[in-house]
Design a binder for this molecule. Structure first.
Ligand SMILES: Nc1nc(=O)c(N)c(NC[C@H](O)[C@H](O)[C@H](O)COP(=O)(O)O)[nH]1
Ligand SMILES: [Zn+2]
Length: 161
């Protein structure tokens, strides 16, 4: 049957576990999903690709690389109702100043739904307006509950206790 939200969020959490813990960010996992074909289009985790990369960013950049196109043209290879599952709410501001994932998701045009495991904690940027900004852009956001404790444990593995 169709892959459940829980199974896909669990898969994103398994990806997050692969992220090298750091005190200045969170270990997050994400995947792009085609709900029409039940196919995972791309996966990613924080710092998977070179540089200070986010999980959602890695999903998009890996898919673009696979199709030999720049990330900015990713809409060309995304089915019209693509979903992204991410263990943490996409960032809307990054202390590094790098392009936030909310902007990358909006620019991808064909991502219509964002499934998130937890809201971003306020440690780095205070209240994350990511979900609000996505919804204002017409992108549906849905919290997939049940894995919050495990997601946060993995996300903050690099933070001093
Ligand atoms: N959704 C999400 N996916 C990630 O892969 C990741 N690392 C974060 N983390 C959010 C946090 O707010 C930023 O990591 C800090 O603001 C530091 O910014 P940088 O990551 O250094 O650009 N959030
Ligand atoms: Zn981000």
């Amino acid at each position: 049957g169709p892959a459940s939200h829980d199974a896909l969020m669990q898969q994103a959490l398994d990806l997050a576990r692969q992220s090298p813990p750091k005190p200045t960010n969170y270990c997050v996992g994400a995947l792009l999903f085609n709900p029409t074909t039940n196919e995972v289009l791309s996966t990613g985790y924080t710092l998977e690709l070179q540089g200070n990369t986010h999980a959602e960013q890695c999903c998009l950049q890996k898919l673009a690389q696979k199709h030999n196109i720049p990330e900015e043209k990713i809409a060309e290879v995304l089915p019209p109702n693509t979903a992204i599952y991410t263990t943490m709410e996409p960032c809307n501001l990054r202390l590094s100043g790098n392009l936030p994932c909310v902007d990358r998701i909006i620019a991808a045009k064909n991502i219509k739904t964002v499934y998130l495991g937890v809201k971003e904690p306020e440690k780095f940027v205070g209240e994350n307006e990511g979900r609000k900004k996505l919804e204002e852009s017409g992108i549906e956001c849905m919290h997939v509950s049940g894995l919050e404790e495990e997601i946060l444990k993995v996300a903050t593995a690099g933070h001093e206790k």
